[in-house]
Design a protein around this ligand. Structure first.
Ligand code: NAD
Ligand code: USQ
Length: 397
């Protein structure tokens, strides 16, 4: 299959590109390298030493004998060029990772709110319009988020895979309808993903586009069987207060003797998935694309759920790290349960990597190995959801 990977230089996109190339697909990465530029803007670097994209691709060619092409292009700003790329490369599928993905970064300032909306909403819409304009039959696999549902909105009822069956009262009695699960975004970033869903619904219905939307939980881990083949292929590991996600942050904090930064009581429950399983889920989604005229195919891409304080305790037990409860910089429920339906990927053969399989390896081979690259001043999350909220770094012991 010919596959364009939008955002293929990023944390999920790079290992997925290697995985697809390893399987024999013809992969072209499109990326504007904005994520690397945001690192520069924030004055941080990945904990792991990531190589420039050209070197990554050369290294992959050397170790695997397989070619990955790279095009530096902004999908939100270079529409005509993007249409030309589609017409020239004639892909069978596009995997879309190319969005600003950090909730704290999206809440940092009015500038980053506007950037996140402009980049994500326009980028996704450009992709849809470009495929229609090209007249080609190209399957889309998009990385969405569990955050479109909100966390615990339906109490103990499991969150369905995308759609909810509801009863609509009418004068002639109730009628049943299937609707998109109500959107309950918790940040400007998550809001852009709920807008993506509406655009997908429209284009699947109006133009018969074949779209899969993967509602992914928090990705943890770093390496995949392909990224370990050469240090120049290593995946990025974000640990800073904006881009670092909770479990990877706790592992890295433990490795440098920093207290584990639990927001509030740590009663927030979230869905998790290992990076190896992300790549495998994309493969499964590409092999099971819907046909034209079908509704958007939604999968919940989550393998386990954990409460933040339980994660902190797990890491603390493993490493002896101290735990600190900081005022929560976010506006979110202090405690929530999360019950997620996740049958579709399991039915299609996903064999998940669990925390118990991978945590020790991650702590040893990544967090400890690269601990001396960490900048302690970038750890605490300084982006607050509303003006006037307390910045937690003044309260660190
Ligand atoms: P990332 O920031 O590491 O990667 C995104 C890539 O897209 C970057 O390389 C960036 O340069 C590129 N990009 C952004 N805007 C672009 C544009 N306009 N044109 C071209 N390239 C552009 O993020 P990630 O962690 O790899 O996440 C990838 C996708 O998966 C995102 O859509 C994110 O919302 C989703 N997701 C991530 C996680 C997670 O825990 N990392 C969880 C759920 C969903
Ligand atoms: N948290 C802490 N301490 C920390 C960091 C985070 O307690 O040091 C808490 C947060 O307050 C939040 C939870 O941990 O309650 C998760 O935060 P996170 O930064 O790990 O994840 P989140 O902001 O939800 O975003 C990440 C990805 C995003 C993706 C989302 C999937 O950055 O791209 O969409 O996970 S999900 O959470 O399922 O919506």
């Amino acid at each position: 299959m010919k596959v364009l990977v939008l955002g293929g230089d990023g944390f999920c996109g790079w290992p997925t590109s290697l995985h697809l190339s390893h399987l024999g697909h013809e992969v072209t990465i499109i990326d504007n390298l904005s994520r690397r530029n945001i690192d520069t803007e924030l004055g941080v670097e990945s904990l792991t030493p990531i190589s420039p994209i050209g070197e990554r691709i050369r290294a992959w060619d050397e170790v695997s004998g397989k070619e990955i092409k790279f095009i530096n292009l902004d999908i939100a700003k270079e529409y005509d060029r993007f249409v030309d790329v589609l017409l020239d490369s004639r892909p069978d599928a596009v995997v879309h990772f190319a969005e600003q993905r950090a909730a704290p970064y999206s809440m940092r300032s009015s500038k980053t709110k506007r950037y996140t909306v402009d980049n994500n909403v326009t980028g996704t819409h450009n992709l849809l319009a470009a495929i229609v304009q090209s007249g080609m039959d190209i399957a889309i696999v998009h990385l969405g988020t569990m955050g479109v549902y909100g966390y615990g909105w339906s109490g103990s009822a499991p969150i369905p895979e995308g759609y909810l069956t509801v009863k609509v009262p009418t004068p002639d009695g109730d009628i049943e309808r299937e609707i998109l699960h109500p959107a309950n975004a918790g940040s400007v970033y998550h809001m852009t993903k709920t807008l993506d869903q509406l655009m997908f619904k429209f284009y699947a219905h109006n133009d018969g586009l074949r779209i899969t939307d993967l509602h992914q939980g928090i990705v943890w881990g770093t390496q995949t069987p392909q990224t370990v083949r050469d240090e120049r292929l290593i995946n990025r590991f974000d640990y800073d207060g904006d881009y670092g996600t909770v479990l990877n942050r706790f592992l890295m904090q433990a490795a440098i003797g920093h207290p584990l930064t639990v927001h509030g009581t740590g009663g927030q429950t979230r869905g998790f998935i290992h990076i190896r399983d992300t790549a495998r889920c994309i493969e499964i989604a590409l092999n099971n694309a819907p046909t034209s005229g079908e509704k958007v195919s939604v999968f919940n891409q989550v393998t386990e759920t954990y409460r933040v304080r339980d994660l902190a305790e797990l890491v603390s037990k493993l490493t002896g790290a101290e735990i600190v409860n900081l005022p929560n910089p976010r506006q979110e429920a202090a405690e929530n349960d999360l019950n997620v339906s996740r049958d579709r990927f399991l039915a299609l053969g996903l064999n998940p990597t669990t925390l118990s399989d991978g945590l020790l390896e991650e702590a040893r081979d990544i967090a400890s190995k690269y601990a001396d690259r960490a900048d302690r001043t970038k750890i605490v999350s300084r982006s607050v959801w509303r003006q006037g909220m307390e910045a937690a770094d003044d309260l660190m012991p």
